[in-house]
Design a protein around this ligand. Structure first.
Ligand SMILES: [Zn+2]
Length: 403
């Protein structure tokens, strides 16, 4: 097990400045209902705490334990998350004067970056005594929660939007989670959850409704720092955005590295949304501090389909404070980019493909300059569509549970 002790010091609400003790189960700010974020005693870091020390440990999510919230090693629910690869992208149309890279989270357990969130959030929930959790999902978050819940011995209920690929529901069940399919958007799935869950003593793992999923997403930035070093960090990170949790985590991680004195500049964060459902990009463009809900789109675009993101203020400030802004790309261009990427061997999922589709718009608007180092974040295509035993036996298999 990896050494190192969490420097977690508490939780804070940036909307109303309430501070909350961290070592009990809590969801949102008790004063105003906004998102809570974890704080760390960076000034109390042990003397040997340096980036070089991290690099003596196995790569992956739990390499960064000091800046993650789980205190006890035995509470860690891990499925062996690897440090995910970065690869140069040499032949992307219209980008040949960029130093272009992709980081591919498809290699994580359950096939997407959601493994980072759920490994950390479910470990922490279990450490604080949670026995069951629930969340609405368009697919990948639900599967990751189901897998890590199984690992941690925590009961998981997933309220899945009906547009999610059917194999994702089967995968959730195969991991032992209960699944309810809900007609409509992720907001409808959440409404269904809020009808069913009261009285069950369960923890709401919805995006930004508990403090620790965002801590897991920080490891995306820590790995980028590890791979490129302080001097070689990308100038900009292009990131596919639904609810925007990953942007909050990436910015938070870089801010913590800067507070430690390990980096100076923070890469510009450039979210890409589907034009059919782009509340965050719209707010960024219109100079507003929070996203206004948009009507649910007619076309489903996977994890990008979040018409009413919660605590969008945190997402928008992360992008603005990094010096970035967002672009929206039509769904058909995203689907075309996904197919184009496949011809180069890359399975991007719709979400990752949005970053490739977004490049042209970013170039057109002068948001990426010639010679810059640019990293496209491929958040992962999700669990493979062909897992035959899951398709055959999920309905009848009894979940295996630790006693
Ligand atoms: Zn508050």
């Amino acid at each position: 097990m990896i050494d190192g002790v969490s420097l977690l010091s508490g939780l804070e609400c940036r909307a109303c400045c309430t501070l909350v003790e961290a070592d009990r189960l809590i969801g949102v700010c008790p004063t105003c209902g906004h998102a809570l974020l974890a704080t760390y005693r960076l000034e109390d870091a042990p003397p040997g705490f340096r980036p070089e020390h991290w690099r003596t440990r196995p790569g992956g999510v739990w390499r960064y334990r000091e800046l993650l919230p789980v205190r006890a090693s035995r509470a860690i629910a891990s499925l062996g998350e690897p440090e995910t690869g970065v690869l140069p992208l040499a032949d992307v149309e219209g980008a040949d004067d960029l130093d272009l890279w992709a980081k591919n989270d498809g290699a994580l357990p359950t096939g997407a970056f959601k493994a980072r969130e759920m490994s950390v959030a479910i470990s922490r929930a279990a450490e604080l005594g949670a026995r069951s959790v629930f969340l609405p999902s368009t697919g990948n978050a639900g599967v990751a929660a189901a897998a890590y819940g199984a690992r941690a011995g925590v009961e998981v209920r997933v309220y899945l939007t009906e547009e999610a690929r059917p194999e994702l529901a089967l995968a959730c069940r195969a991991f032992g989670a209960q699944v309810r399919t809900v007609r409509g958007s992720i907001a409808d799935a959440r409404a269904a959850a809020l009808e069913q869950e009261p009285g069950r003593g369960s923890i709401d793992l919805s995006t930004m409704r508990e403090p620790y999923r965002v801590e897991g997403t920080k490891t995306m930035a820590f790995e980028i720092f590890d791979r490129f070093g302080a001097a070689g960090l990308p100038d900009a990170i292009v990131y596919p955005t639904g609810g925007g949790l990953g942007l909050v985590g990436i910015f938070k991680a870089f801010t913590e590295l800067r507070a430690l004195g390990w980096i100076e500049a923070i890469p510009r964060l450039l979210p890409v949304q589907a034009a059919e459902c782009a509340p965050i990009v719209r707010a960024l463009r219109e100079g507003r501090s929070r996203a206004e809900p948009v009507p649910p789109p007619l076309e489903f675009v996977g994890g990008l389909t979040v018409p009413a993101p919660f605590s969008s203020e945190r997402v928008i400030e992360a992008v603005r404070w990094s010096g970035g802004t967002g672009v929206a790309v039509p769904e058909r261009e995203i689907r075309a980019a996904e197919r184009r990427a496949a011809t180069t061997g890359l399975v991007t999922g719709l979400e990752g493909a949005a970053t490739i589709a977004g490049l042209a718009a970013l170039r057109r608007e002068g948001l990426l300059r010639s010679g810059e180092r640019v990293l496209l974040y491929l958040t992962g295509g999700g669990i493979a569509p062909e897992v035959p035993w899951m398709m055959e036996s999920a309905e009848s298999t009894l979940p295996l549970r630790r006693e």
